[in-house]
Design a protein around this ligand. Structure first.
Ligand SMILES: [Ca+2]
Ligand SMILES: [Ca+2]
Length: 278
């Protein structure tokens, strides 16, 4: 019975994801998915011992609907930005972690993998470039938007459930030998290599950490605006870290081989008559 229920849930998730309302930005071919207005429980339950203190407490947050990138921004889209804008920031060696230069990790990447080694400022400049190019407003998601999108319509702590699901669900740490994890990817995986959550979003947990707009603060405690938040864990995170509430404080100057980003675009809500375009 449990097995039938699991299969039904998976089929339903795929059906909902395949019926997600999407919009494609033509210049970069970047797809966005509509996340409907709603309230969710942000953070992690206080009784959950796996979560860190900075993910707690669980609190209700209500958001208007928004459009968010279906997948992480790819190396191909990043290369297009560099070529067209001639963006050429100086990277201090101490800000490069596992990177040879801006947008270039020490490992090989294919164009359909997520861009890494980009600072928070690089990500914001990418959004500004695309905004100028299209006349629309692109920006990083807020931490609340990102986490709501990650948790899906059921508010799952780990995108697909309240604990990391068994099996091949995301790209995470494969061990020092590489390819020893269930997902088989040693470093970054092509975006969309794993199943989407029930909003239709890919790789919210795992693959690469993702920059969000917010400064890092502890809930309800005033603090200095020194670091930005990255979300969701990456190819170098253990499976137990792959939660929607997982957060890390990183200097906005830092370029790291496990951090990328996705964007939000400020478009009107889709009309109810809009059909899925997949
Ligand atoms: Ca892996
Ligand atoms: Ca991710």
């Amino acid at each position: 019975m449990k097995k039938i229920l699991l299969i039904f849930t998976l089929v339903l998730a795929q059906f909902l994801a395949s019926n997600a309302q999407v919009w494609v930005e033509k210049h970069t071919n970047m797809e966005f998915t509509w996340i409907p207005e709603g309230c969710f429980q942000m953070g992690c339950p206080s009784k959950n011992d796996l979560c860190y203190f900075d993910e707690k407490p669980l609190r209700k947050v209500c958001l208007k609907g928004f459009w968010i990138s279906t997948k992480e921004v790819t190396l191909s889209q990043w290369k297009q930005f560099i070529k067209e804008s001639r963006y050429n920031p100086k990277a201090k060696p101490e800000d490069l972690w596992g990177c040879t230069s801006v947008g270039k990790p020490e490992f090989e990447q294919k164009d359909n993998e997520p861009v890494v080694c980009v600072s928070w400022h690089d990500a914001v400049n990418f959004a500004k470039w695309l905004s100028k190019k299209t006349g629309l407003i692109f920006r990083l998601p807020t931490e609340a938007e990102w986490e709501y999108a990650c948790k899906g319509s059921k508010g799952h702590l780990c995108s697909f459930g309240d604990a990391p699901p068994p099996g091949n669900f995301a790209n995470y740490w494969s061990g020092f030998g590489g390819k020893s994890g269930k997902d088989t990817f040693k470093y970054t995986a092509p975006v969309g290599s794993f199943k989407p959550n029930d909003f239709g979003l890919y790789d919210m947990i795992g693959n690469v950490w993702e920059w969000v707009e917010d400064w890092y603060t502890i809930y309800n405690i005033p603090s200095k605006k020194e670091k930005k938040v990255v979300k969701g864990g990456s190819w170098e995170s253990q499976a137990k870290l792959l939660r929607c509430s997982t957060r890390k404080a990183i200097s906005p100057e830092r370029r790291y081989d496990a951090i990328g980003f996705r964007l939000v675009v400020e478009l009107p809500a889709p009309k109810p008559s809009v059909k899925a375009q997949r």
